[in-house]
Design a protein around this ligand. Sequence first.
Ligand code: G6P
Length: 586
Amino acid sequence: MCGIIGCVSDSDVLEILLDGLTNMEYRGYDSVGVGVHDGKTIKVIKVVGRVAELAKNPDLKSTCGKIGLAHTRWATHGGVTPENAHPHLSCDRSIAVVHNGIIENYQLLKNELELKGHIFRSTTDTEIIPHLIEEELKTGRNQRDALLAAVNKLKGSYAFLVLFRDLNDRLYGVRKDAPLIIGLGGNKNFVASDVLSFLKHTKEAIFLDNFEVAEVRRNSYTIWNFNGEEVLHTISTLAWEATSFQKKEFTHYTLKEIHEQRESIFKAFNQDINEVDRFCLSLQGVNRVYIIGAGTSYHAALIAKHLFIKMAKLPAEVILASEFEDYIPLVDEDTLLLAISQSGETADVLSAINVGKRKGASVLSIVNTPTSSLARESDYTLYLKCGPEVGVAATKSFTAQLAVIYSIAFRLSNTAADLQRLSKAVNRVFDVERQLAYLAQVFLTAKDCYFIGRGLNYPIALEGALKLKELSYIHAEGFAAGELKHGTLALISEGVPVVALNPNDKTYHDTLSNVAELKARGAKVIGVSDVANPLYDYYVEIPSVESIFYPIVEVIPLQMFAYYSALERGQNPDYPRNLAKSVTVK
Ligand code: G6P
């Protein structure tokens, strides 16, 4: 998955495109490219690396034009090379394409096009698109009709933009199963994967639906479906502020977002009670509830399951979005899918809910991005309200997800909690930040790290391990503490760090026994707890809270540990290698 942006303006677009790409680097950052129409030809420059690399390219100095497109890549088909970076061109260089998604039948189409004499310069699936359009133009169709004819031959999930050398006043955008949004900026219009890329210029946006093609000019646009029939859309006004993308005094977005949790958790708790009630009614009114998520959102789903059972005796099953297919035979009109996602664009999640909807299931979601595909495709949505999250690793969105889940669980069980006390506790967690930076130094050369916890603390063990893997590249695993003796103990040897999540709840004594077993085998134990114990080599003190809230005060130190471990090892925590924040491919 990748980020794409196009702009048609009354002035030079190069800076706008590069700036827009920078705000979408979370979608991929292994290579980058830009194509600008200079009035005569489409000039293309592409490099391996991030937008900053492209910005240094001397060829950019002589590149200017009022219409262009650009791309930041997360490789799927074809290695990370300048040739595989986008834009891709037709044989005669008259058609440039940037693409996010996967063309599933590209091999077949490529064979056919090669037989017709097309020469391919890359090993990507994307490159077949400009060649296919080029072929359709040969039949005498105009550009729009050639594009529609080509689109109807593609299989897969994609959003892409097309710039024609022979039409230097418009761009085309095509959407099927990957986001694409038009931004209306008065004297310049945009079409991009994410509103973040043009939010600085306009808050007026149109969210394209699947199977739509848009023609975007400097101050007008037209949208058709894949049959060529015109479609009308309403214009949305975006709620987010461009200023929320500034790092402020922090060195990295990740650290800023970790700190924002002092407030963001409580903004997420502040849900409209009627909306929550509506959610609860839906949850209680069905036979089966499946909670779906990926990555960090899957860990939030595990906590939701614990809380729904514990507080409301509401049974629910948690399924990794990418594994949902096996459950399809059980889905019917009496099934509810609760999808949890920060971006609301994760392809595995969208695919699961679409299949579920086709079988009659209702869909609730917990989402951060109000304008996302998931929010638009759900029956009801509760929002995280934590503002845009830029760091690739989820931090504030995770605790906001927990806050929304708590709000639901409280309503389901007709209970409430002392949020003022929790707020004080969350502020106190930050007292351990220096200690976590120190521990990151202590374990600078560690090759492995394990995390253990029981009950509600087990998903936090998984999340702590995921954060450490993502940011520092240390091999890390989270385990249910009780499972240690069933295999994992074999991995423990002298000096191996183990983080024990052991708050003063009903799991305390059992987990302490597991700590003793670990110590007996030489592990260096970091105890995350509100009760000190001599068994811990290092004691990270968390504040005492109501037992259901321990996940919140435990996870923040683990986020800090991962952040500082990345810094110690010379990695950029905002942009971990090989990852992307929003995974729009399956
Ligand atoms: C990617 C990100 C993870 C995130 C996961 C799910 O893998 O790198 O940080 O947890 O997607 O994303 P979502 O937007 O659905 O919560």
